[in-house]
Design a protein around this ligand. Structure first.
Ligand SMILES: [Zn+2]
Length: 325
């Protein structure tokens, strides 16, 4: 498992060493850098992103540059600087390229998360945390009358901020689950599902799209079972049971992402006007107030009837009938 303590960078070493120094008079004098002194560097940094590849393996700078340049459509003047352990600065010359990359998250490199943050003045990259990233989660096993944006939000919000919810509108394979874009803590074990209470209690399963390397023993992203420190420690104490995590957490690649899409706002959830109707909007706005703060998969998530649109349910049942026939 990666932790702050085990991933000290060169910059961390420098600051730790500084704390032990007794400075001479000359060393204690501060060197003042005015905005003019750093103007050229600030201009370059302003169009840059700081990114960390979440893996215990070292990253090849040239491999990263070539791969990401290709994936990001060869942005004009694009370059990468290595600024720490698996920590990089991605420099662009056009703001539209930077925004396209920033808004296109999540990104991956070599089956690992590439977590990106926008550069800000005075930022010290080695002090930043890179443990949160958006990821698309599919919710499988929902009762047919629970396919709503509020149900999707309520089920995934315990993992982190929900950025987007897509309710299927086609009758294909993609019609069997809700897709939710949620910002997860990648240093915590993957959540395998949730118990919902609606008429009776159900277990719904979470499957993650483009899930990078993860540990089948502890469920944490960034290492595999062979290099799991928790496994080594637990084996020293007692015999452990079967793996609690497995390939079932990986969603199959999707062919299309058709569906009704929702974009949460600070007030609740708003829908894309072209795809929504009045009833959807009313439910979505009210729904923001019903979000559970439960953070543990042992806690059941109660789905209030107001969270399901009746028309939605009827449409969904018809859609499933279509597929079955
Ligand atoms: Zn592990």
């Amino acid at each position: 498992m990666m932790s702050e303590a085990t991933t000290l960078s060169c910059d961390d070493d420098l600051s730790i060493r500084f704390k032990t120094f007794v400075l001479t008079t000359d060393e204690a004098d501060e060197v003042v850098l005015s905005p003019i002194d750093v103007r050229s560097s600030v201009a370059e940094c302003a169009l840059s992103l700081i990114g960390k590849v979440i893996t215990t393996k070292p990253i090849n700078l040239y491999g990263l540059k070539n791969t990401m340049a290709l994936i990001w459509g060869n942005p004009k003047g694009f370059k990468i600087l290595e600024i720490g352990d698996n920590l990089f600065q991605f420099i662009f010359t056009e703001e539209r390229d930077l925004l396209r990359v920033l808004n296109g998250k999540p990104w991956f490199f070599n089956n690992s998360f590439l977590v990106l943050r926008k550069w800000e003045a005075g930022l010290q990259p080695h002090l930043l945390s890179f443990h949160r990233s958006p990821v698309w989660v599919q919710i499988w096993g929902l009762p047919l009358d629970c396919f709503t944006e509020v149900a999707g939000t309520k089920l995934c919000q315990p993992m982190g901020e929900v950025l987007d919810v897509i309710i299927p509108t086609s009758g294909s394979r993609e019609g069997r689950y809700i897709r939710v874009l949620v910002v997860i803590d990648i240093l915590s074990p993957l959540k395998r599902g949730a118990k919902i209470r609606h008429d009776s209690t159900h277990w719904v399963e979470f499957r993650y799209e483009k899930l990078p390397t993860f540990c089948s023993f502890c469920g944490i992203i960034g290492h595999d079972k062979r290099s799991c420190m928790k496994k080594i420690k637990d084996h020293e104490k007692v015999a452990v049971g079967p793996d609690q995590y497995g390939l079932w957490l990986q969603a199959s690649p999707i062919k299309s992402a058709g569906g009704r899409r929702y974009f949460p706002t600070s007030d609740g959830i708003s829908t894309t006007p072209a795809m929504s109707n009045h009833r959807d909007k009313a439910i979505a706005t009210d729904g923001g107030k019903f979000i559970s703060n439960s953070r543990n998969s042992r806690d059941g998530v109660t789905l209030n009837p107001i969270h399901f649109g009746e028309a939605d349910s009827a449409e969904r049942v018809e859609m499933i009938k279509e597929v079955a026939s």
